[in-house]
Design a protein around this ligand. Sequence first.
Ligand code: IMP
Ligand code: MG
Length: 184
Amino acid sequence: MSTEKELDSILDKEIISEIQIKQRLKEIASLIQQDFEGKNPLFIGVLKGAFVFLSDLLRLIDMELNVDFMAVSSYGTATKTSGVVRILKDLDTDVTNRHVLVVEDIVDSGLTLAYLKRNLLVRKPASLNICALLLKEGQQKVDLDIHYIGFKIKPSFVVGYGLDIEEKFRNLASIWTLKEGYCD
Ligand code: IMP
Ligand code: MG
C-alpha cells in the first residue's frame, strides 16, 4: 500500500462510500438473481478492474452460476482509452448457447465493452448482458445497452474498489477522485 503521504497528495474526494457500494450491490444482485434464475449464467469478469466488484457481487447471489475471466488491455494514456483493445487472457469456457453476463468496473468511452461485446457475440451466446459498477455520464462514444449500472458518475478519473491508476489504489474500499494534476 502507498504511504499515507502519497494517499493525501493524490486522492481528492471519496465519491462513493463502502456503505453505498454494499447497499447498491445488494439491489443489483437481487435484480440479477430474478433475471437469471434457472439459467445457469456465465459471469465474465473483465480483468483486472472488475475483480473486486465481481467477487463481492457473486457472494450476494444465491443460484447456480459459473465464473470466468477475460483480461484486456486498452492502448492509451494512463487515464484515457484509445479503443484499441488487446485480449491478454481469453475465456476457458465455451460461451455458445450460454446466458452471459459481462461484469465490468467502469464504462468511460464504452469502446472496451463495445469491442468485447462484438468479440463475444461471434461465439453465439444464448444471451449477452452487461453489468458495470460505474458509468461516466455523457462520455460514451458508442451506443451500448448496459443492463445493470451501479452508479452514474461525473466524468472524472476515479480509483479504488478494483480501479487503478498505473496499478495503484485497487485495494481502497471505496471510490475516490484524484487531485488535479493526476488526471487529464
Ligand atoms: P472505455 O473503453 O473508455 O469505456 O474505458 C474502459 C476501461 O478503461 C475500464 O475498463 C477501465 O479499466 C479503464 N478506465 C476508464 N475510466 C477509468 C477510471 O476513471 N478509473 C480507472 N480506470 C478507468
Ligand atoms: Mg476495466
